[in-house]
Design a protein around this ligand. Structure first.
Ligand code: PLP
Length: 383
């Protein structure tokens, strides 16, 4: 049987990983500046994370959500503490799309309304409502098309206020990434997030902070939305939450009330996933990784701004996108094939950096040296 061919693949089989390094099946080492698409938060095969999962596996891997699970409560308490969202409630699921799907559904249950505001270039996942709120026609199947989503220009306060003035009483939720990831790293303006908060307050709508990619400390704050000094009503989380173990969740403000049967899942919140998520938080706290993301991000952004061939740099913390000058379109390929460095991309000409928050300064400098070399190689080819 063949695999369903939906991914354009690099012909590299990764068989081993540690920290910010991965190795292929031939023993070739690579520097991972991509973090498996922003998933690796504390480093590949981090020893405490491995041990926590192994210990849990020996005790119990799974039971359904029909019994009390103290480890879920332990995770909720740890999340309250690390996120600073003290009285928020936790619902656990398995992925980012599922987290957004549940957030949107919950907002609709809570308000009794149908309309959702989303923004240009947004990516919220591939399940039915999440994909409908995603601004990419090529991934929306006919069955997912709906009139319930209103797309507005990103960072446009006037358009947001006009929309609320005209139809605010039918809007259930506004969903927004604190930093748009798939779009190519576009930071939501603080004033824009504050305006969303105000519109939602004025019209009784739910502010959903999609923090699947920009959350979990990556931006230098636990949630990228925190930079704006506002609190959302629901935060969706996944990627960095399990450091590669599949887990997602939503943090829900105390004024939103649960009802039996409103949301549900078979696998969400299983003990193994909770153990992985707890290990991530413990390692983050012990290593002060959110502060590290902020500091290393500053260093990297500053260095990129001073790199010849780099046209512009966007992002916060260790969620960075940089655009290259014309003629350097093959940079990502050269970085991977010649310098053995994994990076992420965003069309048309943006390189995304989403490394582990535990990446060392030595590895950051190794990347910068590699980048300069790759740019020289391409410039020489051009001349
Ligand atoms: C902002 C954002 N939301 C949601 C998702 C979907 O997450 P998942 O692929 O885990 O379903 C992604 C994935 O890239 C994302 O970047």
């Amino acid at each position: 049987m063949s695999l369903f061919n939906v991914y354009p693949l690099n012909p590299i089989a990764i068989t081993k990983a540690a920290g910010s390094r991965v190795w292929d099946d031939k023993g070739q080492e690579y520097l991972d500046m991509y973090g498996g698409h922003a998933v690796i938060s504390i480093g590949h095969t981090q020893p405490h994370w491995v041990k926590r999962i192994e210990d849990q596996l020996q005790a119990i891997a799974f039971y359904s959500n029909s019994v009390v699970m103290p480890i879920q409560e332990e995770l909720a308490t740890a999340l309250n503490e690390i996120s600073g969202k003290k009285d928020f409630q936790l619902f656990l699921c398995n992925s980012g799309a599922e987290a957004n799907e549940n957030a949107l559904k919950l907002a609709s249950f809570h308000t009794g309304r149908k309309k959702v505001v989303s923004f240009t270039k947004a990516f919220h996942g591939r399940t039915s409502l999440a994909v409908a709120a995603t601004d990419n026609l090529s991934i929306i199947a006919p069955v997912n098309e709906t009139d319930n989503i209103i797309f507005l220009p990103f960072n446009d306060i006037a358009a947001l206020q006009k929309c609320f003035a005209e139809q605010g009483t039918s809007i259930a939720a506004v969903i927004i990434e604190g930093i748009q990831g798939v779009a190519g790293i576009y930071v939501a303006d603080d004033a824009f997030l504050q305006a969303i908060r105000k519109c939602c307050d004025d019209f009784g709508a739910v502010y959903i902070a999609d923090s699947v990619q920009c959350g979990y400390g990556r931006s230098g704050q636990f949630f990228a939305h925190d930079h704006a000094g506002v609190s959302a009503d629901i935060y969706s989380m996944a990627k960095g939450m399990g450091n590669g173990f599949p887990i997602g969740g939503i943090l829900i403000a105390p004024h939103i009330q649960a009802k039996f049967g409103m949301l549900g899942t078979t696998f969400g919140g299983n003990p193994l996933a909770c153990a992985a998520a707890l290990a991530v938080i413990e390692v983050m706290q012990q290593g002060h990784l959110i502060k590290a993301a902020e500091e290393k991000g500053h260093y990297l952004i500053n260095a990129l701004n001073n790199t010849e061939g780099v046209k512009s740099v966007r992002g916060r913390g260790l969620m960075i996108g940089f655009e290259m000058e014309a003629g350097l379109e093959d940079l990502r390929k050269v970085l991977l094939n010649d310098l053995k460095i994994f990076t992420g991309e965003a069309k048309p000409n943006v390189i995304r950096l989403l490394p582990s928050l535990a990446i060392s300064m030595a590895d950051i400098n190794l990347f910068l040296t590699g980048l300069n070399k790759a740019i020289q190689v391409l410039k020489q080819k051009k001349d």
